[in-house]
Design a protein around this ligand. Structure first.
Ligand code: PSU
Ligand code: MN
Length: 307
């Protein structure tokens, strides 16, 4: 293994697992600070760590605390991220700012990927990826998550993208950025709350071992960048597309009416959808993250077992 970057602070548990080549799974923190309300956010954060441990891997939740990038957090750190109003949403462009200024930051998919890779972690579990927003041809609102997927070599397990984004344009952009998109156990690209998006998945896999082999093949060729594993929400937890689509459209209209844009767009939409569904979207969100944690731990184990 390569040694973790000296700017990072790893917990002893994560450092030992990486040193020994045991499976480690990175987790993001924007989903805690800006993606879910309290107290469900901290319950989700602790619950996901437990699922990863129960599946034989070591969880490494990632954030910037007091300007220090941290790989692996204590329960008190998760509580702070879940409750403090002083935690910035940090994508890669904000990383140098919060570090230099000694501030707290919750890392997005993009920033978590970058820090995970610097630590030597190969698998990262999240809920949903950022992507190309609806109306992006005018607004230019395309998440830096896509930029990072094109350059940083980590496998990212998500439940696809929700239709607050333009799913078709997001898939086109992922093709341009030459990111393998592997749908886990399905032929269709999943739409976060719903198993169905109406778009064919670019590729299908049916086991963690297949994913590990694709990771090894990509990086073995020296092709930088992510492997995106999209794992559909379990059928019993999904909100059918017909039911959620109108709600998402309402949330997008409300956002436009309020003039919300830029980095505030995604957190606003997630919160508004929780309100409009009376919490049903939050339950679905937690269920899909838990499901991704199970698959991510299996992929980390399969990848660690290869070498
Ligand atoms: N999608 C979700 N939940 C989330 C996010 C996206 O369903 O919490 C967060 C992730 O951290 C993702 C970020 O990286 O939003 C994308 O934000 P933006 O669209 O501003 O790049
Ligand atoms: Mn954006």
């Amino acid at each position: 293994m390569t040694s973790p970057h000296p700017s990072l602070t790893l917990t002893d548990e994560v450092a030992a697992a990486l040193h020994d080549g045991r499976p480690v799974v990175a987790l993001e923190s924007t989903i805690i600070s800006h993606g879910m309300p309290y107290p469900q956010n901290v319950e989700m954060a602790n619950g996901v760590e437990k699922i990863i441990r129960d599946h034989g891997a070591v969880p490494a939740t990632i954030a910037v605390l007091g300007g220090r990038p941290r790989i692996g957090l204590e329960p008190a750190d998760l509580e702070l991220l879940a409750t403090s109003p002083d935690v910035a949403k940090v994508s890669v462009r904000e990383l140098p700012i919060v570090i230099a200024e000694g501030r707290h930051g919750a890392t997005t998919v993009a920033a978590t990927m970058r820090l995970a890779a610097l630590a030597g972690i190969s698998v990262f579990v999240t809920g949903g990826l950022g992507g190309v927003h609806r109306g992006a041809p005018d607004s230019f609102d395309i998440s830096a998550d896509l930029t990072e997927l094109s350059t940083t070599s980590v496998a990212v397990v998500s439940a696809g993208v929700k239709s607050i984004l333009d799913i078709g344009l997001t898939l086109e952009k992922l093709e341009t950025l030459r990111v393998p998109v592997l749908a886990f156990g399905t032929d269709e690209f999943p739409a976060f709350f719903s198993r169905s998006s109406g778009f064919d998945a670019p590729a299908r896999v049916d086991s963690a071992a297949e994913v590990a082999a694709i990771m090894a093949a990509k990086w073995g060729l020296g092709i930088d960048g992510a492997v995106s594993v999209v794992n559909p929400i379990p059928a019993q937890d999904e909100i059918p597309a017909a039911q959620i689509d109108g709600i998402i459209e309402q949330a997008v209209r409300d956002m436009q009416d309020q003039g919300i844009h830029g980095k505030d767009a995604t957190p606003y939409l997630l919160g508004r959808i929780v309100e409009l569904t009376d919490g049903a979207s939050l339950r679905a969100n937690i269920a899909l993250v838990n499901n991704n944690a199970r698959v991510g731990a299996q992929i980390a184990a399969a990848y660690a077992a290869r070498d």
